[in-house]
Design a binder for this molecule. Structure first.
Ligand code: APR
Length: 182
């Protein structure tokens, strides 16, 4: 049974087997948590990402997928990069956001990572409303068949932390959001 914990803080300072990066398809860095991970983790992470782009991911990492690299100078063994969907008011992309979490746990299981720290994927530059992202993220982790012992959501501000805490306290819902599916 995977334990889900919440932390209010900076993901790049977390001690975990794997830290999840809210990347973009280029895998070559960006702002937000992506920029923070590369800044604190150092050039080894970008070097590994460049190797991925030169091999398996020549066209970039598709939205909803995940891939691991070294964590460089971070207090983790791996960074698991995933690309969240950009929020859309006209298209339901919740399946892709759920897939980010499932795929990160699949990669974590392949690595043997037992503790995985996530940011609130897609809720910054990609503008996903935090409460809805919390619902999708928590449902996806709860529904996942994984050996990961702890999933830790590291929330950068009080708003995100409160949203995840409120969702964590609710009865289980499926990622699709139909309470009857619980
Ligand atoms: N620790 C934890 N969470 C953080 C940190 C940090 N150091 N820095 C930012 N965050 C939070 C943001 O407040 C937001 O809630 O991470 C969440 C995700 O925001 P972004 O990092 O903007 O990621 P996302 O919305 O998925 O957009 C991805 O932004 O940074 C670029 O290269 C990235 O193009 C990609 C896009």
């Amino acid at each position: 049974m995977t334990r889900i914990t919440l932390v209010r803080g900076d993901l790049t300072r977390e001690h975990a087997d794997a830290i999840v990066n809210a990347a973009n398809s280029s895998l070559l860095g960006g702002g937000g948590v992506d920029g923070a991970i590369h800044r604190r983790g150092g050039p080894a992470i970008l070097d590994a990402c460049r190797d991925l782009r030169a091999s398996r991911y020549g066209g970039g990492l598709p939205t909803g997928q995940a891939v691991a690299t070294t964590a460089g100078a971070l207090a983790a063994r791996w960074v698991i990069h995933t690309v969240g969907p950009v929020w859309s008011a006209t298209e339901d992309r919740s399946g892709l956001l759920a897939a980010c979490h499932r795929q990160c746990l699949r990669v974590a299981d392949e690595l043997g990572a037992r503790t995985v720290a996530f940011p609130a994927i897609s809720t910054g530059v990609y503008r996903w409303p935090v409460p809805d992202a919390a619902r999708i993220a928590l449902a996806a982790v709860r529904d996942a068949d994984t050996e990961v012992a702890e999933v830790r959501f590291v929330l950068f501000d009080d708003r995100a932390h409160a949203a995840f805490a409120a969702e964590l306290g609710r009865p289980r819902r499926s990622a699709a959001g139909d309470p009857g599916d619980a």
